[in-house]
Design a protein around this ligand. Structure first.
Ligand SMILES: [Zn+2]
Length: 295
């Protein structure tokens, strides 16, 4: 797994974004206490690597603590199911194989529409193709996030064989909650960037003020568009969890600026604003509130 958090000597979690790249002092692996290096390259997501050998808990599959539908949207379908779903999406043909057909049904990816008298993709079934709106996507993501949280909690309560395993499960749940706190506390922003030759749009998240973030963006853009004017179109509170899905849904409109990748060219930006407005701020549940208050 990618270690996004280290612990300091008081046992508090520290995110990789809070430290400069390279060897870190005073921060350790939450699982084994080993020394760490902050890896902050351009390709892989920023993370901590062990200075020595990677410990066994961190060598496990990244999925164990990954937030569901946060980076990947393929729903963890296995080969034949995924092929069948793609085939249905492209050709509207259901798999002849009864078992695979039943799988699509039991995963709630297709349903029978009594009005059109044919099978359709459910909202969940539309997500791997980026065809669910943000407002439809968010509750599906929330359910999966909570499901996984419940599983991690249950495992910690009853499923461990010894103190070492308990320690691993404690950390799994702790890191999962820390990631969730980070995305739920972020503001999602949508900006318009005017420059001589036209306009671009940018989506992103920040846990600082929007003004601070805009100053930074202005600085990033200076090399390419020194005259750029940045106008905030919309901000949504506590909506960090949907940023990746937005980028996935609109990847065809993505427009690189030099090495900067989070920019888009939209022919109908009003439609995007309206979709974001329909999503709206996140309504904080009691669970969210407790999570956000954690330090
Ligand atoms: Zn370790």
């Amino acid at each position: 797994m990618f270690l996004e958090y280290a612990v300091d000597k008081h046992g508090s979690l520290v995110h990789v974004d809070a430290v400069p790249r390279g060897k870190v002092t005073g921060l350790f692996c939450p699982y084994c206490g080993g020394d760490l290096i902050a890896r902050k390259g351009a390709i892989l997501a920023h993370h901590f690597a062990h200075a020595g050998e990677t410990c066994r808990p961190v060598s496990r599959d990244a999925d164990i603590i990954r937030l569901p539908m946060y980076e990947r949207f393929s729903l963890s379908l296995v080969g034949r199911e995924w092929k069948a779903l793609q085939h249905f999406h492209n050709k509207r043909k259901l798999p002849r194989n009864r078992r695979i057909f039943n799988q699509l049904y039991s995963h709630e990816l297709v349903y029978y529409d009594r009005e059109t008298k044919r099978h359709e993709l459910t909202i969940k079934g539309k997500i791997p193709f980026g065809e669910a709106t943000l407002a439809d996507f968010a509750p599906v993501q929330d359910d999966l996030i909570m499901e996984k949280h419940t599983m991690l909690e249950r495992r910690l309560k009853q499923d461990y064989a010894n103190a070492d395993e308990k320690h691993i499960y404690e950390n799994d749940l702790r890191l999962y909650r820390a990631q969730l706190q980070r995305v739920h506390s972020a503001v999602l922003y949508f900006l318009k960037i005017d420059f001589n030759a036209g306009e671009l749009y940018k989506i992103g998240v920040t846990t600082r003020t929007l003004d601070e973030r805009i100053t930074e963006i202005q600085h990033d853009l200076a090399e390419y568009y020194p005259q750029a004017t940045i106008t905030p179109m919309l901000t949504l509170n506590n909506r960090g969890a949907v940023e990746s899905y937005f980028k996935f849904r609109y990847k065809a409109d993505n427009s690189k600026v030099g090495t900067l990748t989070e920019y888009f060219k939209f022919t109908d930006a009003d439609a995007i604003v309206s979709e974001l407005q329909t999503l709206g701020d996140r309504t904080l549940s009691e669970f969210d509130q407790i999570l956000l208050d954690e330090t």
